[in-house]
Design a protein around this ligand. Sequence first.
Ligand SMILES: NC(=O)C1=CN([C@@H]2O[C@H](COP(=O)(O)OP(=O)(O)OC[C@H]3O[C@@H](n4cnc5c(N)ncnc54)[C@H](OP(=O)(O)O)[C@@H]3O)[C@@H](O)[C@H]2O)[C@@H](O)CC1
Ligand SMILES: [K+]
Length: 548
Amino acid sequence: MTYLLTAAQMTAIEQAAIAQGAVTGSALMLRAGRAVVDAVMAQWPELAAAGGQPPDPRDISTRKMGRRALVLCGAGNNGGDGYVVAQILHAAGWHVDVLAWAGRGAGAGAGIGAEAPDARAQELLWRAMGPVQPLDVAALQRSAGADLCVDAVFGTGLSRPVAGELAAILACLAEMALPRLVAVDLPSGLSADRGLALGQVPRAALTVTFDSPKLGHYLAEGPEYCGCLVVADIGLAPYRDAVLRAGPVPAVTLVDALPPDLIRACAKGQGHKYTHGHALVLAGGSGQGGAARLAARAALRVGAGAVTIACPPDAIAENAAQLDAIMLREVADAAALRAVLQDKRITALCLGPGFGLDARAAAMLGLALAATRPGPAQESGPESGPESGPARLVLDADALTLLARDKALFAALHGQCLLTPHDGEFARLFPDLAEAGLSRVAAVRAAAQRAGCILLRKGPDTVIADPLGGCTLHGAVYARRAPWLATAGAGDVLAGIITGLLARGFAPSQAAVTAAWLHAESALHFGPGLIAEDLPEQLPAIFRKLGL
Ligand SMILES: NC(=O)C1=CN([C@@H]2O[C@H](COP(=O)(O)OP(=O)(O)OC[C@H]3O[C@@H](n4cnc5c(N)ncnc54)[C@H](OP(=O)(O)O)[C@@H]3O)[C@@H](O)[C@H]2O)[C@@H](O)CC1
Ligand SMILES: [K+]
């Protein structure tokens, strides 16, 4: 399992390891610096050929020999990692220029640049090998042309927007657009917890972080600035779980691969069609049926045994002309829906895609929120047992707008509901949380708690949270980058995949995680030119690839 850590969690893990006498801060810094150099050499093997004897960096003639690196160091431990990188490259025969920000100290050129004790120790070790020049715009501009630039100005310790001369320095570095810029831990100026640029952030070609990725590597603008992301093991894994377990809220986990239990759950056992659930997708009036049909097709492809579209009388002809395996029921109003729901084989409902915003839609949403279904133990057959609970509902698109408009509907949400807002819908539903300056993770957690159900906020950084604070992130970024997912109807397909999984018996949180992964995987499998209709058609090949 991959965790996405906050800066505070990373520090707590590091401190726990140090407190137990397992390692020193200085040793961790050496491991971090070594990891950066290893990742650089793996990323650009041509640099590994530099070799040679360590040159005297004070001798300008040696600059013509071998490779040149420019290392930019801040006053904290991120800068300390930079001094370690400088030492290793120097020992490997590189010519290394170090520019350091003096922090609140006397001035990097004059004396000590680093303030953090471990970083200061590394700075002194470096000074035995070569000089430290003050980091300013002019020095930066003079140093253009190095084979490699190491950004070790700020890491997880960035605590506020970058201003003044430092802002000018980072802006200059960003403008230089160096092809081999490696960011130590984080591109300087990127917030570790939120993925927001706190100033102009130089875009790295490679970012090397330690132990676990941080939230900022995956949220918001983070991936744009990080380039390739390498996560280096620096020996903290044995302390991580205990620290995270002791935290006030569960740590955020990254869904970069579908966990084995969810892959197994996707497999279909023997049985008849109703063994695998029956999904009901509620559609709107004539001419509005495309979104519901996309959702229904996705629900069927993901393995629901049966899928029915329920639509008003005027939309029957349109839908009938376009459906084969998907069944069709005329449902004029809430009373008709009540009658349809007498069929206890219906195990999940989808409301929202093309649903409409009129009184009929609002009444049907109210009815669906109050509907009950047989308990999980009875779901394999039409005969309901005595146990029953609220029906599993996916609420998307128009259903979210109806919830935002009507407090009574919102108050009827329950633990078997799953809301799938995009950013605009999220802001309509939770205007205070959207504007509170919270991180995406904090906002979605608070929203899930308020709604009392699973919340999936869609985007390249899809965040899924439950009311107890459990939180996962699916990033359609880095190796899973799928920009062609931004296409009309893709959200309807996601709602349909979730509905199909709920109908099959997945718990809401499992359905959300599985669907987010399958949805992005479908886009990756199809590739450029994708339209929403293509998404459900990739599922068979993906299931085969998963070994089902
Ligand atoms: N945790 C681990 O396991 C390991 C961590 N390691 C490394 O340590 C790094 C974290 O080190 P860190 O905590 O010293 O923070 P870092 O990013 O160097 O910055 C702190 C300095 O920046 C300053 N400052 C902040 N914001 C500012 C602003 N806007 N404008 C101006 N100044 C600002 C702040 O000053 P202050 O806020 O006190 O005024 C302070 O001087 C981490 O990213 C990783 O590389 C590895 O060595 C080994 C394992
Ligand atoms: K950095």
